[in-house]
Design a protein around this ligand. Structure first.
Ligand code: HAS
Length: 544
């Protein structure tokens, strides 16, 4: 029966890595949340804690996301084009990315790379840590080549028709990823790898941080754009309605491509050595890149209203009640949207130059990113898995009741965990600390009660994650055979009878060129300054 997908094995291979990374990452997370609240655990120590935080960050933020996004990209191409352009090349890219992942995690679990997922120098890891991450990125470039080739193939075949919105979104994300990863590739090849191999005695941490954040902010959009794609192309149909506007979706993804890179200094507002004018410029761009998210909030809300009213909802808010809250895919996405509303608005607070000094490096930041990548992205991906796996495997979801409860548990856990992190952040609690007693500092006393609440949230999140894993493993191994449904993207309201004709937002090649130019303006001069100013460099430090 399974066979609707030509590249099913490749998609499943990517999904398996994503799922395993998520399951292991969730186990590390619950230990960290408890350890931070001073709850005793076997083998608890700072050394164990920082190894675990590094592993959790790499597994969740870099491995789970990247492999899930690659699987989803192949699903889109397979659905729209019937097959991916070069299957052997895709398998080779997968092999490279997987080898890199194993190398990196090997160094982390052998306590040779407790440098956290941002791997800021002068903390130094084993060379294989950096080489492994580089391979993970090289593997993902193979995926980008596949997606862009599929998009070009679709354009060549039907020049009078735009590609599907799903393929448009996936291609914009692949282009964004190519542009973003140039920064981290430069950091790895010119700085971190030679320095960790002992070929260079010292490293310039500020230059490394700048190259990292050139990559690091578009990275967050690389994580969230596939979730946006699901909100636009799957949610409206699953909720029983239509997408409010297809053209607004196309504009959104093209704008993200252009505006994602020239904003990285909002992670470095507190760093010395970067002129204030450039920080202000990046702040203004950050406010601009919020625009496509506001458009998305409007479009998705309008699409949900259409669905709710088609399902019989009346009155100002009656349509919200009639949405299918019992459908695990829809519930996951709706709850992800609600959490993202808070996380996204928190992002705008972070991006305000002056206010950033109050929250930078505090627990607030981990609150922010658990509502964004940990909810908007991760919870949407869980909902996507409930929708996708039966279509991919021809097996019915197992443990359906757990699947129905799981998104709500995630929501409650995240409210307790991430909202509370915002509060402790405002109370001055730093992020990434092993224990909230902070060596008995009196300022730390008010943190403890709140941190216990966040630890409880961590436990609820862990239970939710295990429910998800049970449903996935149960379905993949023992789901009953069912007729395989094809993937059909959501229809859009107001589509002209003969279909749309390509518009300016469909010209992703042009927007890529604009994106390169904007990134060159935003980074060219500051990087030139950094490279030419007097620099002293630092030797490596092995903290644990
Ligand atoms: Fe961020 C730090 C600013 C979005 C991830 N961010 C981080 C870090 C991560 C991260 C991982 O300016 C930590 C990095 C580290 O380790 O140091 N972020 C922003 C801004 C946005 C933003 C302005 N971030 C994200 C997304 C992420 C992510 C998305 C991952 C996926 N972030 C910052 C800044 C920092 C930062 C500073 C540095 C802080 C510091 O000092 O260290 C914006 O793009 C957000 C725009 C989004 C919105 C929300 C739109 C709402 C929508 C939902 C609508 C809801 C509906 C509900 C329709 C304005 C789309 C309907 C439901 C019904 C039931 C009807």
């Amino acid at each position: 029966m399974p066979g609707r997908f030509t590249d099913r094995r490749l998609i499943l291979a990517n999904l398996w890595v994503a799922l395993l990374a998520f399951g292991v990452g969730a186990c590390m997370a619950v230990m960290q949340a408890m350890s931070r609240a001073d709850l005793e655990l076997p083998f608890r120590s700072p050394k164990m804690y920082y190894m675990s935080v590094t592993a959790h960050g790499i597994l969740m933020a870099l491995v789970f996301t990247t492999f899930f996004i690659m699987a989803l990209g192949y699903v889109v191409v397979d659905t729209d084009r019937g097959r991916i352009p070069w299957p052997r090349f895709a398998w080779a890219s997968y092999g490279v990315a997987l080898t890199g992942t194993v190398l990196t995690l090997g160094t982390v679990y052998s306590f040779k790379a407790s440098v956290l997922y941002t791997f800021y120098p002068p903390m130094q890891a084993h060379p294989l840590f950096y080489i492994g991450l580089t391979l993970l990125i090289v593997g993902s470039w193979g995926w980008c080549a596949e997606i862009i080739a599929a998009w070009r193939g679709a354009l060549r075949e039907r020049p009078d028709r735009p590609v599907s919105l799903a393929l448009h979104a996936t291609t914009a994300n692949a282009m964004l990823w190519v542009l973003a990863t140039l920064g981290v590739a430069a950091e790895m090849l010119l700085q971190l790898i030679p320095w960790s191999l002992g070929l260079e005695a010292k490293i310039d941490p500020l230059l490394a941080r700048t190259l990292f954040w050139y990559f690091g902010h578009p990275l967050v959009y690389f994580w969230v754009l596939p979730a946006y794609a699901i909100w636009y192309t799957v949610l409206p149909r699953e909720a029983g309605g239509k997408l409010f506007s297809d053209p607004l979706g196309r504009m959104t993804f093209a704008l993200f491509l252009v505006l994602s890179a020239p904003v990285g200094f909002h992670h470095q507002f507190m760093d010395p050595g970067i002129p204030a004018g450039w920080k202000l410029f990046h702040m203004a761009n950050t406010m601009l890149v919020a625009f496509p998210s506001f458009v998305t909030a409007f479009t998705i809300c309008a699409s949900l209203e259409v669905a709710g009213r088609l399902r019989g909802g009346t009155g100002l808010f009656g349509w919200i009640r009639t949405l299918p809250w019992g459908n695990p895919t829809v519930a996951s996405v709706l709850l992800a949207l609600l959490l993202f509303l808070v996380g996204g608005l928190g992002g705008l607070i972070n991006a305000s130059y002056a206010i950033n000094s109050a929250i930078h490096n505090t627990a607030w930041v981990q609150g922010h990113f658990h509502l964004t990548v940990g909810s908007a992205t991760a919870l949407t991906f869980m909902g996507t898995a409930y929708w996708l796996i039966p279509k991919l495997t021809g097996r019915a979801l197992q443990f359906e009741l757990l699947a129905k409860i799981q998104p709500y548990l995630w929501f409650v856990g995240m409210v307790l965990f991430a909202m509370v992190n915002h509060v402790t952040g405002l109370l001055g609690m730093p992020r990434r600390i092993f224990e909230d007693a902070y060596a008995g500092a009196p300022q730390a006393i008010p943190w403890h009660g709140w941190t216990l609440v966040s630890a409880f949230g961590g436990i609820v999140l862990f239970v939710s994650a295990m429910f998800f894993m049970l449903v996935m493993l149960g379905t993949l191994f023992a789901g009953a055979r069912v007729p395989q449904e094809p993937i059909v993207w959501a229809e859009s309201l107001g589509e002209p009878a003969g279909g749309y004709t390509p518009g300016v937002w469909d010209r992703l090649g042009l927007w890529f060129v604009v994106a390169v130019a904007v990134a060159a303006i935003a980074y060219g001069v500051p990087l030139w300054h950094l490279v030419h100013m007097t620099r002293y460099g630092s030797p490596g430090f092995h903290t644990f």
